[in-house]
Design a binder for this molecule. Structure first.
Ligand SMILES: Cc1cc2nc3c(=O)[nH]c(=O)nc-3n(C[C@H](O)[C@H](O)[C@H](O)COP(=O)(O)OP(=O)(O)OC[C@H]3O[C@@H](n4cnc5c(N)ncnc54)[C@H](O)[C@@H]3O)c2cc1C
Length: 274
């Protein structure tokens, strides 16, 4: 699998020749912070986080949810490096490590409370003492140090990834950030660099439609680096507009489908390239 500037590729975990997977780490919720009525920040802690690797910007983790009895499955690493699940597979979803504090041994994750899936429902009722397990981190995104101009877009599920991206950018870069949220009450504080302008859009119509519309109106050129993550169908519209209509150089464009209308457990490696 090729790795190009700004490419964000999952590691070859579990593939022959790829690195061995770490079994998921058992963690406990130590703090729950509502950021908006639809987004909750959860802080996890656990001794197992001592060996958690510093996540790259926009990295992802796998959250393994407890079953109805509160049990967390314990996979073992098989001879080929793949995880084996003697007790049956646990429900697992993809999230962004918003902030890892190695010294404190804590990991913060932001959950959209869209209320329609096991992870969102678990997050809505989780409290200090709730247990889960975390796999990863995965995904390697390299911020091109020559990229001076950015157009960054995302919906609520992408806010934590965008926060990690903004923190990783050099101080002197400039650009536009377009964010789609439910309504004005769903805005969060982000570490926006001085040279960036932020536009918050209330969600109207299909998920991601306001982001695609903002992109169509954007002043972007060959030198602009694009990062956008939102609903998978909207991501495809955005990508084809950027590459086909505006003919931006492919290495400048990162598109990520984070979820898809009507689909449970959308994959973590949807780059919207099909
Ligand atoms: C790399 C990556 C990083 C991600 N990081 C985050 C993150 O930090 N925080 C976060 O909240 N999400 C994040 N997501 C998105 C998250 O994985 C999905 O939203 C996931 O579907 C949630 O699981 P669930 O069990 O709640 O819903 P599922 O069981 O997967 O889906 C059930 C239903 O809910 C709908 N649905 C799923 N997500 C949403 C949504 N956001 N809004 C409205 N409807 C939805 C689906 O279309 C489906 O019909 C990330 C995804 C990827 C690929």
């Amino acid at each position: 699998m090729s790795l190009r500037p700004n490419a964000d590729r999952p590691r070859g975990q579990g593939r022959p020749g790829g690195p061995r997977r770490q079994p998921p780490r058992e963690v406990e919720v130590v703090e729950v912070k509502p950021l908006t009525p639809r987004i909750v920040a959860m802080v996890f802690a656990g001794e197992s986080l001592a060996s958690f690797a510093e996540p790259a910007p926009t990295a992802h983790i796998k959250l393994f949810l407890p079953d109805a009895e509160g049990n967390i499955a314990r996979p073992v690493v098989g001879l080929d490096g793949r995880l084996e699940w003697p007790d049956g597979r646990q429900t697992m979803r993809t999230y962004t490590p918003r902030r890892f504090d190695a010294e404190a041994g804590t990991l913060e994750v932001w959950f959209v409370l869209h209320n329609d899936g096991p992870a969102a429902q678990w997050a809505a009722q989780a409290k200090p003492g709730s247990r889960a397990a975390i796999g990863g981190p995965g995904g390697r995104f390299f911020v091109d140090p020559t990229a001076a101009l950015w157009w960054i877009g995302g919906d609520e599920s992408a806010l934590p990834a965008i926060a990690t991206l903004l923190e990783a950018l050099p101080d002197d870069v400039t650009g536009q950030i377009h964010l789609e949220v439910e309504d004005a009450g769903s805005r969060v504080d982000l570490p926006v660099p001085a040279g960036f302008e932020v536009t918050w859009h209330d969600s109207v119509g299909e998920p991601g439609a306001v982001l695609v519309d903002a992109l169509r109106k954007a002043r972007i050129g060959d030198e602009t680096h694009i990062w956008i993550a939102c609903e998978a169908s909207a991501v495809r519209k955005a990508r084809s507009y950027i590459l086909d209509d505006r003919a931006l150089p492919r290495p400048h464009v990162t598109t990520r489908g984070y979820w898809r209308v009507g689909e449970a457990n959308h994959p973590d490696h949807d780059f919207g390239e099909d």
